[in-house]
Design a protein around this ligand. Structure first.
Ligand code: FES
Length: 107
């Protein structure tokens, strides 16, 4: 079971277990992580599940796709090269230990 750490914008980390196959967004909602709104439920239509992938994980997580990048333009906070929509990050054992930073706001 991969473990996933969310770090809130004020720096508070929280590590949770993820089910393989779930998205990082689904994992956040299942554990009541503040800072992930996910208004569209994972349909890539809202950008309220924006996260920043920790630098050391960007290669393994990979870049956003074209449609995801287009949707990220609607994110409430600054978009950086490590920005992803957490509904598009599928948890696998290869991502055990993944660290995601949460933006200050999602809307
Ligand atoms: S939950 Fe809406 S884009 Fe990810």
């Amino acid at each position: 079971m991969p473990r996933l750490t969310f770090i809130a914008s004020q720096g508070t980390p929280r590590t949770v277990d993820a089910r393989s196959g779930d998205s990082a967004m689904q994992t956040a909602l299942a554990h009541g992580i503040d800072g992930i709104t996910a208004e569209c439920g994972g349909a890539m239509a809202c950008a309220t599940c924006h996260v920043y992938v920790a630098d050391e994980w960007t290669d393994r997580v990979g870049p956003s796709g074209e449609m995801e990048a287009d949707m990220l333009e609607f994110a409430a906070c600054e978009v950086t090269p490590t920005s992803r929509l957490s509904c598009q990050i599928k948890m696998t054992e290869a991502l055990d230990g993944l660290v995601l930073y949460l933006p200050e706001a999602q809307v």
